[in-house]
Design a protein around this ligand. Structure first.
Ligand code: 3H9
Length: 692
């Protein structure tokens, strides 16, 4: 064995050279890996005893892409054209042997090889679009030549990996080899290449699939239609379309140049910087300063869910999907039946869309035990309370759970605002209590706030985080405070939105600004969707807010066909002249002198207090790091990923600007805008919020 460099070595098996890359954790194409790949291939090619070369990776995966952490830094090491010359231009056949995930630049390197083999569990993909980029190593030029333009566009724009079986079917790989025996399989394939004198197959020379798409602009029109909505606000996808178009229109080398330039142009954009930041942020959330990775976790074999309402049902589905049995508890049989019916219907709908088989649905439903008696959760390892949001009701449930739950069971509350420590205080085991705050719809939304109480034990925290991962959520550890991280910040925006419509804006003005900023909907459309009557009661309503007035008029949101907006039968929203009048009358009654409010003010009034609240949360230690706050807002509230989350966004526009604006607002509108001392410090020290 010869070491090519610190991460690559070369061995020989008879007349076949094996170039192995070993750069944990994911063999990303760092400068060292690029150098090793390049010189290793050159050395093997120069060896007269070698007739074919296998490129393979050690560890858990084939090259999983470029090293994202290197982007934006001065270029070092072998360039892509050099790698291309060393692989595709090699005078001897090169075979890529793939296991794990061949993604991005890793997949592109495999496409530079003459042949590809993979184990059945391998996956392939071009996820660059998720980083605000396009493939920059020839993916947009080579893939369409293999799969055809339509399939390639789908792979590039969705960024979703595909299986080795699909790769074989679409002509992306040449053979599947036995699982666990990649090296032997690849060597066997190489032998065949040598013995049958198979040619040096270069994808760049293939033309048939491109020919089939030439003169068919409707392919691109359809993709624009299909992806237009998904990519609202995103920039990179247009470059991806142009690059694939170039594969059709330009000679290969010119297409490569166009792709490369577009890739390089995207690297420094705010969108790509934000998306790369989010990539790392979503991986940092799992790291908890004082709960090391080796903290023991408690086995969770069975889960109890108290409450079969919308939240309880959605929460249960997460565990059923992961194969964990659930006992779901309601006090009344009809409520229980309704809850179970909703779960069944949700699954049936998914099956109708082809995303589950009926057998899958049945298997999940078999794991669900509907029960009336709370005693039934006494054998559960985790019990999640999802009852009415009221401290007394919750305390009552926890008193019962304390009596009947087994030793060491984790007792979790799904509260969205209430004090976990107070809830824990009614039990004799506060160390086993924590919050698991799911977001509605709980079976769909990716975010889970794991709320750590003052006494929550470390293994309990570690278990909740591990479970989050197991059920496909992104778990973010937060501390006890009103509304935790997400809703506490949301409150700032909601308050300003309400003030703005009194001062001069209309709900649809505020919503338009927030929507155009990139969120899925504005605060008023969101209220209409959720129902204006959450927490409202007719008995105590005194027409003291616009919301109360609307509820009193039975304008309670989409479900009643009217709220801040009027809705038609298809639930399309229209600005309501009646609501406009209600707002004007209400403002007049309050003696408010309405004024024109600019879109800029709407945005700053809604967003800057959120940023300020984020820094307060950090000051108080209720979130571990600024990027966790961003992960919460991206995954729980639809903050556009291309703006990186509120804290990252503050850095983009400048913390000094945020501070100055808050000070100006404070001077005219009061203490709600008073800047957090931490924000002042960041500005004074010229540091970044995202690094907190
Ligand atoms: C690209 O290739 C551009 C080209 O077209 C043009 C130029 C050639 N770079 O996710 P995990 C780290 S763009 C640097 O927890 P899993 C990650 O931060 C790139 N670091 O594991 C984490 O570090 P830590 C296209 C990376 O098993 C550790 O590895 N490729 C990279 O759940 C483990 O990661 C992609 O976008 C990277 N490329 O999933 C693929 N990838 O331990 C991105 C991972 O310190 N990667 N790390 O927290 C993934 O999708 C997943 O990481 C993967 C493994 C599926 C590979």
């Amino acid at each position: 064995m010869t070491a090519v460099n610190s991460v690559t070595d070369l061995t020989r098996e008879g007349d076949i050279a094996v170039l192995t890359i070993d750069s944990p954790p994911v063999n990303a194409l760092s400068a060292d890996v690029r150098n090793g790949l390049c010189s290793g291939a050159q050395q093997a090619a120069a060896d007269p005893a070698v007739k074919a070369i296998v490129v393979i990776c050690a560890g858990r995966t084939f090259i999983a892409g470029a090293d994202i952490a290197e982007f934006g830094k001065p270029a070092k090491g072998a360039t892509l054209p050099e790698i291309q010359r060393a692989l595709e231009g090699a005078p001897k056949p090169i075979i890529a042997a793939v296991h794990g995930t061949a993604l991005g630049g890793g997949f592109e390197a495999a496409l530079m090889c003459h042949y590809r083999v993979a184990v059945p569990s391998a996956k392939f993909g071009l996820p660059e679009i998720k980083l605000g980029l396009i493939p920059g190593g020839g993916g947009t030029q080579r893939l369409p030549r293999l799969t055809g333009v339509e399939k390639a566009l789908d792979i590039i724009l969705s960024g979703t990996p595909f299986s080795a079986q699909e790769a074989l079917q679409w002509g992306v790989i040449d053979a599947l080899v036995e699982e666990g025996r990649l090296r032997e399989g690849a060597l066997g394939f190489a032998r065949q290449v040598i013995d049958s004198r198979m040619p040096l197959r270069k994808i760049r020379d293939l033309n048939d699939k491109l020919e089939a798409a030439r003169g068919r602009p409707e392919i691109f029109d359809k993709v624009r239609r299909d992806y237009g909505k998904k990519f609202r606000g995103f920039e990179a996808w247009q470059s991806a379309l142009r690059a694939v178009q170039a594969a059709l229109d330009l000679p290969f080398e010119d297409g490569m140049k166009l792709e490369r330039q577009a890739f390089l142009d995207l690297i420094p954009t705010e969108q790509s910087r934000a998306q790369r930041y989010v990539f790392f942020a979503e991986r940092k959330v799992w790291k908890i300063a004082d709960v090391p990775d080796d903290t023991p976790v408690l086995p969770v074999r069975k889960v109890g869910v108290i409450g079969a309402g919308t939240m309880g049902g959605g929460i249960s589905m997460n565990f059923l999907n992961a194969g964990i049995p659930v006992s779901i508890v309601e006090t009344a049989p009809d409520a229980l039946e309704r809850g179970i019916g909703t779960i069944r219907r949700n699954y049936d709908n998914t099956a109708r869309r082809g995303r589950l088989t009926t057998a899958d649905v049945d298997a999940r439903m078999r794991l669900l035990s509907p029960v009336i008696d709370i005693e039934a959760v006494s054998d559960c390892d985790l019990v999640i309370e999802a009852v009415y949001e009221n401290m007394d009701v919750k305390k009552d449930v926890f008193r019962k759970l304390d009596k009947l739950a087994k030793n060491n069971a984790i007792l979790a509350s799904n509260t969205s605002y209430l004090n976990i420590d107070e809830i824990a205080s009614v039990t004799g085991r506060p160390e086993s209590v924590l919050g698991m705050h799911f977001f509605s719809p709980a079976n769909v939304m990716r975010l889970l706030e794991v709320v750590r109480g003052a006494k929550t034990a470390k293994p309990v925290v570690a278990t909740a985080m591990q479970l989050a991962r197991k059920i496909g959520k992104i778990g973010v550890l937060v501390g006890v405070c009103h509304g935790f991280v997400g809703n506490r910040i949301l409150h700032q925006r909601q308050r300003e939105a309400q003030k703005l419509i009194l001062e001069g804006a209309m709900p649809w003005d505020v919503d338009r600004v927030i929507y155009d900023f990139g969120l899925p909907m504005g605060p008023f459309a969101m209220s209409d969707l959720a129902g204006l009557d959450i927490g409202w009661s007719k008995a105590t309503s005194t027409s003291s807010t616009i919301r109360e007035i609307l509820c009193e008029m039975n304008r309670r949101g989409q479900k009643t066909g009217a709220g801040f907006y009027d809705y038609d039968d298809a639930r399309n929203a229209k600005p309501s002249p009646l609501v406009e009048k209600i707002i004007l009358d209400f403002a007049a009654k309050k003696g408010v002198n309405r004024r024109a409010i600019s879109d800029d003010e709407i945005l700053e009034r809604c967003i800057f207090p959120m940023i300020n609240e984020g820094t307060k949360i950090l000051e108080e230690g209720k979130a571990q790091r600024a990027s966790d706050i961003d992960v919460v807002w991206i995954n729980g509230y639809g903050w556009p990923v291309y703006r990186g989350g509120p804290m990252f966004y503050a850095d983009l526009i400048g913390p000094d600007k945020v501070l100055a604006t808050l000070r100006r607002f404070e001077a005219t509108m009061g203490a709600e805008f008073r800047p957090a001392p931490l924000l002042e410090r960041v500005v004074a020290e010229k540091t970044r919020l995202q690094d907190l």
